[in-house]
Structure formats: structure tokens, C-alpha cells
Design a binder for this molecule. Structure first.
Ligand code: ADP
Length: 561
């Protein structure tokens, strides 16, 4: 940057030198011999100077551009990595706090804005300021009277631009905000394509979005109209300023106090300075944008998780999988009290079903066992040890989760099962798949276990995805199984395959199941009925059925019907 600034400033000297040399030759004063010899001599003096300065400037420009970008990209890349690991370290609760799209846009949009701002700040603050300092120094040294005159003229010329720029900023913000509005309208309307078609809302939606698109045109045109004023005004004001310089310069030359070359040098410097000073003027906006992106990024990085290992946490060794929940209370961040003191137990190897109306607190109980959240009162114990005082890794290692929304990663089938145990061999994976009754359908896939699962596993049926999830859990071979049964019905064949696989999976493991299927419920060792954050009934299927007027008996009757 230093080199580039010096070389750029050097252009003025070179131009001045070229003009003075030419002047001397054509003026004939210092020249001798015929015109051709004089021209050769001129070229010999001027060309090397000209070429070296362009070369230095070119190389320096190339290097500084790459270096500045490398610095910015590396810095921002580090932040991106830190942000990602922070997002996964953060409390699970943080994911409920804002839409996932917002978090993702911090990784894409904010990161791009920040790295752009960094490059711009580096080059404007360092390179341009250096150039301005060098150029001003040379101008003062070369012709201080003229430089002082410019110092008075230029700010006057810049005044109208400053006024317009302020208005521009407001307009540009408006346009940005409106882009946000259009984006959410588009997402809503296109995302709801099924509803729109089913209810024949196409015309209404088109009209609604047309209005937004028209508004966009209006706002942009207003912005462009303002912007279009800037250049002509600059040109006229700049022209006037330069005319002033030329007149004063010619006066100086005729008075013999300076040379034509010196005037040419000053004009060159003025042309070099203008865009750089303008860039400094708009730098503030870019820096502000960068800073606000940075603060959004830091908010993610600086978030302190509360669900962490306590200082003297001990590992949960060889857990048998006995679960004791005593008087557990829980409120979500927004104040919703989801559990009002519930107690339940599951002996090692038992299957305990949680049933009840939606919103009753079943998922919350499961989240507490996995310590995705900490109880706000009471306790959750595994093998007599409070989950808050064992290490998180050993706790999570002791359980497998099969949930209705099966998470498949965009990787091979084998890898997707292998997430259950990252050290598993291919044989282990195949065994697990066999046990989950997934082997036969996997074998019919184009590349068997090495078939890539498209995003979200869109090509697999619901039952197949479930069985992959079960294979993953079998591979994990954990003493505790957390099972969130799928609510949406599978076809009868899939259903019975999934059911059989689940039975093999839960055999010998403590299973806490949010149960929707009758078969699961009837076979459970114990059933807890949760309603509005309280356990309202508990017992075996038979015991609960006998309770006339009980919620369970009612639910059961409803399902049978
Ligand atoms: P169930 O699994 O029985 O349907 P949940 O455990 O999901 O019930 O929910 C229990 C209560 O907690 C409900 O009132 C629900 O609205 C509320 N709830 C669940 N998740 C959250 C959350 N992330 N933030 C705030 N409230 C929540």
C-alpha cells in the first residue's frame, strides 16, 4: 500500500517532468540538433521514468489487492468458523429464539457484508489516506500557493454533493428495507404454493406482489434520480475548480514563478485526489454496515451456553438406564410453564409411554432427560445421578434418539447410519441395517450403502427413513432410547416393519416413548398421561382402561373408533 501510494503520487512528478522536457525541446531553448534527434533524446529520458512508475504501481496494486482480500477473507473466515462452533455449543433453546433463516443469513449475508467492508476499510483508510498524504505533501512542496488556493476551492465544490449524499443514504436504506419486505412476501406466497392453488388465490397473490414490484420500481427510480444528479454536478463544479487553477497557474507561469510542468503536475494530483476523498466520504456508511454485521456475528459467538459441564462433573459410567424424574418443573424462556412438578420413573429396560393431548408437555419431558434444557425445579436422575452433574458427553452417549422428523444428512446411506457411532465398521453398519429391516431396501438402491442421500432424503419413503433412523439408533447401542413416534400414518406394510424394528431396538433398553400407536401403548410397562404440564394418570394399559371417565380411557376409545 505504501509503495502503491508513493507510485500514485509519483505520477504527478512524472507528468510535470514530461511537460517540462517537452517544453524545453519544442521551445528550442535547451534543445540543439535536428528535430528527430531531439525527439529521440526526449524518449530516452522520459520513457524509462514513465515505464518504471507504471510498472511499480501495477505490481504494487496487484499485490496489495490480493493481500487486502486475503487478510479480510481470513479474518472473516475465522469468525465464520467460530460462529458455527458457537452455534452448536449454544443452548438448544437459542434455536427456538429466532427463525433459522436469520441465523443462516449471519453465515452468508453478514459475512459477505463484513468482508466487503473490511477490504474497503483497509484500502480506503490505509492506501487512500497514504496517497492523500503523499500527494498533498508533494503539492505543497511543488507549488504551495496553488495548493492553498485548491484547499479553498474544493470544499466549496463538494458542498452540494454532501447535501445530496445525505438524502441518498435515506433512499438507499428505504430500498434495502423494501427488499426485505419483498423477500418475505415471496417466501410466504411461493412457499404456500399448495394453498394458493387449492384455494384459487393466484390472481389475488399476483396482484399483491405486483403492487410490491411496482413499489420497488418507484423507490429505485427515486434513488437513481438522486444518484444521477451527483456526477453532472461534480463535473461542472470540478470543471469550475480546475478552470480556477488553470487561470491562477497561467498567471504564475507568465510571472515566471513556476513552470507549465508544475501546473500539469498539480492538475494530475487534483485528479488523483478527488475520487479518493470522495471514497473517504462514503466510507462511513460501509463501515457502519460492516459494524452492524459484526455485532450480529459476535452476538452468536459471545453467547454463553448455560447447559455445560459443571466444574466437578463426573462421567456417567456404564449406565443401566434407570430414569428418575422428581417434581420436575420447567418454564421456557418466554415464560410458558410447560411442566408443573411431575414425577415419573422408568426402571432399567422398561418401556414407558408418554401420552396425552398435544401441548401437554411430553416433548419437554424428553428434552429434560437429554438435558437439552435444565429443570427449573426438581431433578432428573439417571442411575441415581442428577443429569446436571454428569458430563454432557457421557450423558448423551448413554442415549439414542429416534424422532418423527428423521434428520438425514446429505451423505451416503452408510454414513447416515454411521452417525450413530462414528467408529463403527462397515460390518457393524450393515448389521444394524439388517436389524432395522433396512438392509433389503438399501441393497436395491443404485449404489447400495454408498448411495448419496439427496438433501432431506427426498427420494426415500417415510417408512424407509424411519428405518434408517432406527438403524442409526441400533448402532449407537445406548441403554436409553428416546423415541418420538411419527404421528403421520405410514402404510400398513411399512408400519409393521417399522414397528418390528422398533421392538428389536427397544429390547433390553430403557425406552421413553411419546406414543401415538396403540400397539406401542398397550405393550408399555407403564403409561403416563400428561395434560397441561401435569401427570394426570399413570399405570398400565389395563389399569388405565378401567378408570371410567379417565382421559386415557377416552383417548383409547377415540382411537379405536
Ligand atoms: P407435547 O409434546 O405434549 O405436545 P410440549 O412439551 O411440546 O408438549 O409443550 C408443552 C408446552 O410448552 C406447550 O404449552 C408448548 O406451547 C410450550 N412450548 C414447547 N416448546 C416451547 C418453546 N421452545 N418455547 C416456548 N414454549 C414452548
Amino acid at each position: 500500500m505504501l509503495l502503491l501510494a508513493a507510485a500514485t503520487a509519483g505520477y504527478g512528478i512524472v507528468v510535470g517532468y514530461i511537460v517540462d522536457q517537452a517544453n524545453a525541446l519544442t521551445g528550442g531553448g535547451a534543445g540543439s540538433g535536428d528535430s528527430l534527434t531531439r525527439a529521440r533524446r526526449y524518449a530516452k529520458i522520459v520513457l524509462p521514468v514513465l515505464l518504471s512508475i507504471t510498472l511499480i504501481s501495477g505490481v504494487a496494486n496487484y499485490a496489495q489487492r490480493i493481500l487486502a482480500n486475503a487478510v479480510a477473507l481470513n479474518a472473516v473466515g475465522d469468525l465464520q468458523k467460530q460462529m458455527f462452533s458457537a452455534a452448536h455449543r449454544a443452548d438448544y433453546a437459542s434455536f427456538a429464539r429466532e427463525p433459522l433463516g436469520n441465523l443462516i443469513s449471519k453465515f452468508t449475508n453478514d459475512v459477505t457484508v463484513l468482508s466487503g467492508a473490511l477490504v474497503r476499510a483497509l484500502s480506503n483508510i490505509v492506501k487512500d489516506v497514504l496517497t492523500i498524504v503523499f500527494v498533498l505533501g508533494m503539492m505543497l512542496w511543488s507549488n504551495w500557493q496553488l495548493t492553498l488556493l485548491i484547499g479553498v476551492l474544493y470544499p466549496l465544490a463538494a458542498w452540494p454533493i454532501i447535501v445530496i449524499s445525505k438524502r441518498l443514504r435515506g433512499d438507499a436504506n428505504g430500498v434495502q428495507e423494501h427488499i426485505g419486505t419483498i423477500t418475505s412476501e415471496l417466501k410466504e406466497s411461493l412457499g404456500g404454493a399448495r394453498m394458493v392453488r387449492a384455494y384459487g388465490l393466484e390472481a389475488r397473490e399476483t396482484e399483491r406482489l405486483d403492487a410490491s414490484f411496482n413499489e420497488r420500481i418507484r423507490r429505485y427510480l427515486k434513488l437513481v434520480t438522486e444518484q444521477a444528479r451527483v456526477d453532472p454536478i461534480l463535473e461542472v463544479m470540478g470543471g469550475l475548480a480546475i478552470a480556477g487553477i488553470v487561470i491562477f497557474g497561467v498567471y504564475q507561469v507568465s510571472a515566471g514563478t513556476t513552470t507549465a510542468g508544475s501546473i500539469a503536475a498539480i492538475l494530475t494530483w487534483v485528479l488523483i485526489l478527488s475520487p479518493r476523498i470522495r471514497a473517504l466520504g462514503t466510507l462511513n456508511n460501509v463501515v457502519q454496515e460492516g459494524l452492524s454485521a459484526l455485532s450480529r456475528i459476535f452476538a452468536v459467538i459471545d453467547e454463553t451456553p448455560t447447559i455445560i459441564d459443571t466444574p466437578n462433573a463426573v462421567p456417567l459410567t456404564d449406565p443401566r438406564g434407570e430414569i428418575d424424574i422428581t417434581d420436575a418443573m420447567f418454564s421456557y424462556e418466554d415464560g410458558t410453564q410447560a411442566l408443573h412438578g411431575i414425577s415419573l420413573t422408568a426402571k432399567a429396560g422398561e418401556t414407558v409411554a408418554l401420552v396425552g393431548p398435544s401441548g401437554g408437555g411430553k416433548s419437554t419431558v424428553m428434552n429434560l432427560i437429554a438435558r437439552l434444557y435444565d429443570v427449573t425445579g426438581g431433578s432428573v436422575k439417571i442411575d441415581g445421578q442428577d443429569v446436571r452433574y454428569v458430563t454432557l458427553s457421557s450423558l448423551r452417549q448413554s442415549m439414542a434418539l429416534v424422532s418423527q422428523g428423521v434428520t438425514l444428512f446429505n451423505d451416503t446411506v452408510a454414513a447416515n447410519i454411521g452417525f450413530g457411532d462414528l467408529s463403527a465398521s462397515r460390518e457393524n453398519i450393515i448389521e444394524a441395517a439388517q436389524s432395522a429391516d433396512a438392509h433389503s431396501f438399501i441393497s436395491t438402491l443404485p449404489n447400495g450403502y454408498d448411495t448419496m442421500i439427496g438433501e432431506e432424503g427426498g427420494t426415500l419413503s417415510g417408512g424407509q427413513r424411519q428405518r434408517l433412523a432406527i438403524a442409526r439408533a441400533i448402532l449407537r447401542d445406548a441403554p436409553i432410547l428416546l423415541l418420538d413416534e411419527a404421528t403421520s400414518a405410514l402404510d400398513t406394510e411399512s408400519e409393521s416393519k417399522v414397528q418390528a424394528a422398533l421392538e428389536r431396538l427397544s429390547h433390553g433398553r430403557t425406552t421413553i416413548v411419546i406414543a401415538h400407536r396403540l400397539s406401542t401403548v398397550t405393550k408399555a410397562d407403564k403409561i403416563y398421561v400428561l395434560d397441561a404440564g401435569q401427570i394426570v394418570e399413570s399405570g398400565t394399559h389395563k389399569q388405565l382402561l378401567k378408570k371410567r371417565g379417565g382421559i386415557y380411557a377416552k383417548l383409547h376409545k377415540l382411537q379405536l373408533n
